[in-house]
Design a protein around this ligand. Structure first.
Ligand code: NAP
Length: 453
């Protein structure tokens, strides 16, 4: 069952049944038919569709923003921003995607050797709820520009978003079957991966699910890209611009009520500025506005559901019992039981969940260092490896530190974020492969070498 339940009010807005295996087979076959035609379309046709979708997303950003906020609780301004970002990614690939597909000439013993990029076919995406539009568009925009077609298994708590995205394709007069939403259960995920029609799988979500999907894909010899969890370090050196660092620390940690893979989760601060950082960070956190995600003033909305709330509560409580100091928050909001109080923990023991786990909610964790080596060791003390940010006025040091960090993305004097042209993906337990940019596009292409002798 796909259940659209407003996390703030607890009201079930809509329910959708899981489809039958026969219906699934029909959708798979439609996907194959669409690919047979789409792979031969000129780039100009693909661009035209993406431009049209970008227009629709922009026109409807308020409507879709409300849908996101109602369905998974994101504060409305951020939801509208997410939809606008989807328009950006559509336009970006409409304008620049074809350049990433140019053939290149290789040196060889032949008269000429070429490297050619060809679409693979149907790409299956298993996606999470936390950026219910963006996660799908950052997969599908480059995918269709490359000549592939897409199938989506969205998280079961955002079915209306899944349907709305499918509707955008219909309204943009896309080829039937180019992108289809599948309301399927976990068992049916294997049927999709096993189907000879499906050529590759992209999955964004938790490590546990990533491992299941990768095992299934391995069983049927299908390529995967995995974008999993993270516990990004945010390292502040004593020469950093404190004002900017604090503003971006707040945004990075508390956007989407803390439910972002690339949120800064572990703040690693030089001892000499520890008091200044913590005092100011605390006061910024105390002023965050909590409330109904549909209220434009709200910055912190509800957590996605009770399971997430219980998990976060347990992680924080255990960390405090192990010795972490809680300066603000540390509990469920008394007057809004779906909201977790924005929290600041410091001096957390490095064996506590606040340090070792991914905290998927509005909880900032601060620790202190006194040498560059110690900062690097603390940042790398994680089984994740998604992103990190470094705050310093010394660019040589920033470049050196960035080389030492075992992560897929580093932001210097800025927060880690994704954008259409920048390849994005993690290392270690944060997954493998890239999304976005030429590298992301090439993940789902048959890269063919052709030699003329
Ligand atoms: P999740 O529980 O792993 O779910 C993600 C998707 O996998 C959903 O569509 C879910 O469907 C499906 N799924 C779950 N168990 C499955 C199974 N046994 N077989 C087949 N499919 C299964 O993750 P989440 O809680 O929604 O998302 C939060 C996680 O995603 C966090 O760890 C976050 O860091 C990570 N994330 C990573 C990135 C990145 O770019 N690296 C971006 C966003 C989020 P159902 O809803 O039906 O269970």
């Amino acid at each position: 069952m796909y259940l659209s339940k407003n996390p703030f009010t607890g009201i079930v807005e809509k329910e959708f049944e899981v489809i039958s295996n026969e219906q699934l087979q029909t959708q798979l076959e439609l996907s194959q038919q669409a690919f047979n035609s789409w792979k031969n379309t000129p780039y100009s046709t693909r661009s035209k569709l993406l431009f049209k979708m970008a227009d629709l997303l922009e026109e409807r950003s308020e409507q879709y923003g409300r849908l996101i906020s109602t369905e998974m609780g994101k504060p409305i301004k951020q939801s509208v921003g997410e939809v606008e970002k989807c328009a950006w990614v559509c336009r970006f690939y409409a304008e620049s995607g074809a350049e990433f597909l140019n053939a290149s000439i290789l040196e060889s013993t032949a008269v000429e050797s070429q490297l050619i990029y060809e679409p693979m076919g149907t790409i299956f995406a298993v996606m999470p709820w936390n950026f219910p539009f963006w996660q799908v568009f950052r997969f599908i925009a480059p995918c269709i520009m490359a000549g592939n077609v897409g199938l989506l298994k969205h998280a079961s708590n955002v079915p209306q978003c899944a349907k709305a995205i499918e509707q955008i394709f219909i309204d943009a007069d896309a080829l039937k079957g180019l992108f289809q939403n599948l309301f399927i259960n976990h068992q049916q995920v294997e049927l999709v991966i096993a189907s000879p029609i499906v050529k590759a799988v992209t999955m964004t979500g938790s490590n546990k699910t990533g491992s299941i999907i990768a095992s299934l894909a391995g069983k049927y010899t299908k390529k995967t890209v995995l974008e999993l969890g993270g516990s990004d370090a945010f390292i502040v050196f004593d020469d950093a611009d404190m004002h900017s660092a604090l503003q971006q620390a707040l945004l990075s940690r508390f956007l989407n009520s803390g439910q972002s893979c690339i949120a800064a989760k572990r703040f690693i601060v030089h001892e000499s500025i520890a008091d200044e950082f913590v005092t100011n960070f605390q006061s910024l956190i105390e002023n965050l506005v909590k409330g109904n995600p549909l209220d434009t003033e709200t910055f912190i909305g509800p957590l996605v559901n009770e399971i997430a709330m219980n998990e976060l509560e347990a992680q924080v409580t255990t960390s405090i019992s192990l010795g972490a100091k809680c300066l603000v928050g540390g509990e469920i909001c008394e007057f809004m039981r779906s909201v977790y109080e924005p929290t600041l923990l410091y001096n957390v023991p490095l064996e506590s969940p606040a340090w070792t786990d991914e905290l998927f909610g509005p909880v900032a964790v601060v620790c202190f260092f006194d040498s560059d080596e110690e900062a690097i060791a603390m940042a790398n003390d994680s089984h994740f490896g998604l992103g990190a940010s470094i705050w310093t006025a010394d660019m040589d040091k920033a470049a050196w530190i960035s080389q030492q960090l075992q992560v897929g993305t580093v932001a210097i004097n800025g927060m880690v974020k994704t954008e259409p042209g920048l390849p994005f993906g993690g290392t270690n337990q944060s997954g493998y492969g890239k999304e976005l940019g030429a590298l992301g596009m090439h993940e789902f292409m048959n890269i063919k070498t052709v030699s003329y002798f």
